[in-house]
Design a protein around this ligand. Structure first.
Ligand code: CA
Length: 228
């Protein structure tokens, strides 16, 4: 028997916390509940989790600050829940190191799918340089080589930078700020118009139908996601 996967739920809404517990336990997850940010950090320090589901609206510490505190010592995948209408808190959470987000209300199936995807990523994450293969192109990260339909594809330095960051984070939402910071540098963190232009070039070179991308997806207001 393998150990159950432990999920730390951080949610002050009792009804929601109970619903999460019931649904996750029914799928074989072990569940711990914290009702505040401070409680969550204490519990996680004592008893590390495999996944964290974090409500952004907590009574004590801002969800974003919980993420930042946790990221100081833990790489545990974090799924953020938000009831808020605005997107800025979610973007902040992602910038702070959350892995994905769901807006309330959400379906249990959607939540479970996100958690499974996060676990898959956590278990297959390769810091080395892998070769990424899709139905339409192959990207050799070590040799910085892209092949499509048997022919080499030339990417400019910045195009390669974008592709590399996204491909190294399959299925993961990467915020515009994260991409700009990694590829252009911190001074360009807000230059989202650059991204739009370069992403268009990347799609022209790699997507079978650039105006209807299937690999390099835009999540409007958030960032980009590479779906292999
Ligand atoms: Ca709340």
């Amino acid at each position: 028997m393998t150990n159950p996967i432990r999920v730390q739920v951080v949610e002050d809404d009792e009804g929601m916390a109970r619903a999460l517990r019931v649904n996750l336990q029914a799928r074989g997850y072990e569940v711990a509940i914290a009702s505040s940010g401070a409680d969550a950090l204490t519990q996680l320090a004592r008893n590390p989790a495999d996944l964290v589901v974090l409500d952004l609206g907590l009574p004590d510490i801002e969800g974003v600050d919980v993420i930042a505190a946790l990221r100081a010592w833990s790489a545990v995948p974090i799924l953020v829940l938000s009831a808020r209408q605005g997107d800025s808190d979610k973007v902040q959470a992602l910038d702070a190191g959350a892995d994905d987000y769901l807006t309330k209300p959400f379906s249990v199936e959607e939540l479970l799918a996100r958690l499974r995807a996060m676990l898959r990523r956590a278990s297959t994450a390769t810091p080395e340089a892998p070769v990424v293969r899709t139905d339409d192109f192959t990207i050799d990260l070590q040799h910085m080589k892209v092949v499509r339909n048997g022919a080499d594809v030339h990417l400019t330095r910045l195009e390669w930078g974008i592709v590399e960051v996204l491909v190294r984070n399959p299925d993961r939402l990467v915020t515009g700020k994260q991409l700009l910071t990694k590829v252009w540098g911190p001074a360009y963190a807000d230059a989202t118009h650059y991204l739009r232009v370069y992403m268009m070039q990347v799609r022209k070179k790699l997507e079978p139908d650039p105006s209807n991308p299937r690999y390099f997806l835009t999540e409007a207001g958030f960032g980009y996601r590479f779906v292999p």
